[in-house]
Design a protein around this ligand. Sequence first.
Ligand SMILES: C[S@@+](CC[C@H](N)C(=O)[O-])C[C@H]1O[C@@H](n2cnc3c(N)ncnc32)[C@H](O)[C@@H]1O
Length: 192
Amino acid sequence: MPHDPRGHSHGEAIEGRHSRGYDRMARLLMKPLYRRIAKDVAASAPQGATLLDVGTGPGILLAALGPMRPDLRFVGVDLSADMIDHARRNLADLRDRLELHAADVASLPLDDGRFDLVVSTYSSHHWGDPEAGAAEIARVLRRGGRFVDYDFPRAPFDALTRRSGLDRVRATRFKTGLGPLMKTLRFEAAAS
Ligand SMILES: C[S@@+](CC[C@H](N)C(=O)[O-])C[C@H]1O[C@@H](n2cnc3c(N)ncnc32)[C@H](O)[C@@H]1O
């Protein structure tokens, strides 16, 4: 887990052989799950939207979403430079409408109000400072833009709307089709 010089935790970057293992597992076994999530995102993304995927990992969600919504532009961010390398390979077909950055959700190298929609899958429970991450997500969203986080029930959902500029809209169970081991909540918030 990387730390900054002041001792603050950035989160748990998945790197090296762990990132290679995750990339392989996600590509071989998890595509049906990401197709389900991509369909859910595709149903609500505004026409022509620019979408940010925070903690994108090897980019499997964006790989599923790209062909469903040719009108969308994508930005993927991950704390792990190794994951960004996997995402660059997996998303080669989207390169004309894709930007990737190795960065911490708590310090996004992105302009204010740039995004209509921010999504994240199974990443927020790794963030070192979820309140700071949510404040950054609120900053890069346009007013009224949405953040949708799909994560395990133990994820720090309450922290995401604590002093962040994000207001909770709803939290519902998301059916993954993979049984109780992948019990997932779909948490939606709006930028105020
Ligand atoms: C379990 S993986 C999920 C990856 C991808 N979203 C997926 O569903 O396949 C969690 C990801 O969050 C990233 N991560 C952890 N802390 C982070 C942070 N503070 N900012 C950005 N990404 C972070 C990790 O490097 C890892 O790639």
